[in-house]
Design a protein around this ligand. Structure first.
Ligand code: SF4
Ligand SMILES: [Zn+2]
Length: 351
């Protein structure tokens, strides 16, 4: 854990977490949290993705005495009874069945709302079985799993690489920002940039790709500061050697410090204009070895990234088009009366 975390923020996060863990969690129902098929951006082409959120014991960081990240409520999806290897394999198979009719090229994205490489969440037997199933399916061109950097090591990377053969394998890590102070004071992420760099280095040496999640507008950043932070974090991530960037505009999850401050009127999720600005600036760094993805979660809702309400739907469509085509041109001609309001908001917040 970083020494730079502010103890008041950590205490509040822990207090909120403890209160809500018992309130929100349900017992295990032998199914993944969610799974679905979607049209998606694969490396250099458009294809489909099967997205699976496995129900595991939950993120170790969120369950620890540090309480986890200030914006994250995914741990409440973790069931009270911990699913074993057999259950995890069953969960994956259930989701996998739903992709049987999907055509190639297909990507599989496995989320655990924690770390796929943490063996307390996904034991080795479950991991191997899931990877073997994927490796045997000729339609699958990519596998993406998410993990915190402390679980990345040569042994696990080489084992995955070996089982997956030709399939492009990418590890997604929630860097959130390349600024250590913002990551540890405001997000309570609990790792340093050097931990991320170490994980990227090992992945590169093993022929594994890396995706960096960047959080747009962490707590306590003004709108304008958040834009600058996301742009510099993306540029830094590319310099470190990541293959993909996924911008995650902050949404208000239940049972989090973000929700607590949002209810007090002290937090507003990012404007969609800010997201457009960030994508326009960072897409200058795109090339055939890199991709930039923008998460659409919560867009247009009060608890999610939003504009005035009139232009949100159209911008959501354009952001999706940007992700699929990787063409910043699609973002150029959007206009709405609320753009001036956003500009004033950015300026006022700077004063
Ligand atoms: S953002 Fe990731 S690391 Fe942080 S609490 Fe949520 S799942 Fe855990
Ligand atoms: Zn508008």
């Amino acid at each position: 854990m970083s020494e730079v975390s502010d103890s008041k923020i950590v205490n509040k996060i822990v207090e909120i977490r403890r209160k809500n863990l018992n309130k929100f969690r349900r017992d295990f129902v032998e199914r993944p949290v969610k799974y679905w098929l979607e049209k998606d951006r694969l490396f250099n082409k458009i294809g489909s993705s099967l997205v699976v959120i496995l129900a595991t014991r939950g993120c170790n960081w969120a369950l620890s005495n540090w309480g986890g990240c200030s914006m994250c409520g995914y741990v409440y999806d973790a069931p009270i009874t911990v699913p074993d290897s057999k259950s995890l394999i069953k969960q994956f198979e259930l989701a996998y069945e739903s992709s049987i009719s999907a055509k190639s090229p297909l990507a599989i994205k496995i989320f655990t709302s924690g770390s796929f490489f943490d063996e307390m969440e996904v034991p080795k037997t479950a991991r191997e079985s899931i990877l073997n199933k994927i490796a045997a399916d000729e339609r699958i061109e990519e596998l993406i799993v998410e993990t915190r950097p402390e679980y990345v090591n040569y042994e696990i990377l080489s084992q995955c690489r070996e089982i997956l053969g030709e399939i492009y394998f990418e590890v997604a890590i929630g860097l959130e920002t390349s600024n250590d102070n913002i990551r540890n004071y405001y997000i309570n992420k609990g790792f340093e940039l050097k931990d991320f760099e170490r994980a990227v280095f090992m992945a590169k040496n093993t022929g594994v790709g890396v995706k960096s999640y960047i959080l747009i507008k962490p707590l306590f950043l003004r709108e304008g500061e958040a834009i600058i932070d996301s742009i510099s974090s993306a540029i830094d991530s590319f310099k470190i050697g990541v293959n993909s960037i996924s911008f995650n505009p902050c949404t208000v999850h239940r049972g989090t410090l973000v929700e607590y401050l949002w209810k007090l009127g002290k937090y507003r999720p990012p404007w969609l204009w800010s997201i457009i600005e960030i994508l326009k600036k960072t897409s200058k760094n795109l090339n055939s070895e890199r991709r930039i993805i923008c998460s659409l979660v919560g867009i247009g809702s009060k608890k999610g990234p939003h504009n005035c309400g009139k232009c949100d739907k159209q911008i959501r469509k354009l952001l999706n088009e940007f992700t699929l085509t990787q063409s910043p041109e699609v973002l150029l001609n959007m206009e709405c009366d609320c753009k001036q309001e956003w500009l004033d908001y950015c300026e006022e917040e700077f004063i």
